[in-house]
Design a protein around this ligand. Structure first.
Ligand SMILES: Nc1ncnc2c1ncn2[C@@H]1O[C@H](COP(=O)(O)OP(=O)(O)OP(=O)(O)O)[C@@H](O)[C@H]1O
Length: 261
């Protein structure tokens, strides 16, 4: 395995055991993600996007094959706090303020109170939520809550930001706005991001690499290295280059019969 890759996966399979019919969730996955990539996993419901991300995060164990994260096993990488995870729902504690929500994992890490406060402040600024430290989650909109959970994930200073359909529950206007903000954040922080989505425009707009998956069993059908500039605005969605990549994603999904599901 080369050491420059942040994530390297070779011939990986994952079969969920079940007494009646085991589920072959991931089949022969080969994938290499480089530092600074913004990678989207796109595919229909049940194709294994979340499972693949959970394998990277050491939340699932593959049945066979090889995976390394920063040249280490996923377990070692997790112990080194390589991951920040953002879920579909913001999963904030309602009885803790925004600041205290962000500080919680830092408290568990044993950082000093001052370091916790500094990191909360810095990462709230990154998601444009300065001044909201003392608010409670229920005082914020859904989009703002999701930004808090992104700030919380970034505050542990992970190499890899793993995002599982973080904007799936939001309206399209809010989602567009957050997509633009997320791209800015990616450019500012130079993090490696892995992002799960069902949306072709979202995947093409955000990504430097798009991984198209098909169900039964979950396979990678196509890996598209996007030639779009890193610094993009939503206007790019009207350009022939954007439409060409979208077309290739759609063709990949169609060849995997994803539309039948
Ligand atoms: N713990 C588990 N035990 C058994 N089967 C599971 C388990 N977790 C996931 N699966 C199955 O594995 C397959 C892949 O699931 P996964 O959640 O990764 O898909 P997905 O592409 O993320 O779907 P969605 O877009 O709906 O979130 C599905 O058929 C799912 O039912």
């Amino acid at each position: 395995m080369s050491t420059d890759a942040v994530v390297e996966i070779k011939k990986l399979n994952l079969i969920f055991p079940a007494p009646d019919a085991p589920v072959h969730a991931l089949s022969d996955i080969d994938l290499k993600l480089d530092a600074g990539d913004f990678v989207s996993f796109i595919g229909p419901s049940g194709c294994g996007k979340t499972t693949l991300m959970r394998v990277i995060a050491d939340l699932e164990t593959p049945t066979d094959g090889h995976i390394s994260v920063n040249g280490l096993s996923p377990e070692e990488a997790r112990k080194n706090r390589a991951y920040g995870y953002v879920f579909q729902a913001p999963a904030l504690y309602p009885w803790r303020t925004v600041q205290k929500n962000i500080m919680l994992p830092l408290e568990i890490m044993g950082l000093s109170k001052q370091e916790q406060r500094e990191r909360a402040e810095k990462n709230l600024a990154l998601v444009n939520l300065e001044g909201f430290e003392k608010k409670f989650p229920w005082q914020l909109s859904g989009g703002m809550q999701q930004r808090v959970s992104i700030a919380r994930a970034l505050a542990v200073e992970p190499d890899l930001l793993l995002m599982d359909e973080p904007f799936g529950a939001l309206d399209e206007i809010t989602r567009d706005h957050l997509n633009e903000q997320l791209l800015k954040l990616w450019n500012q922080t130079q993090k490696t991001v892995v992002f799960v989505t069902h949306s072709i425009p979202e995947a093409v707009f955000l990504s430097s690499k798009i991984v198209v998956m098909s169900p039964r069993p979950g396979k990678i059908i196509d890996i598209i290295d996007s030639g779009l500039p890193r610094d993009r605005t939503l206007d790019i969605r009207e350009t022939p280059e954007f439409l060409e990549i979208s077309h290739r994603v759609r063709e990949g999904l169609r060849s995997g019969h994803s539309y039948d599901d």
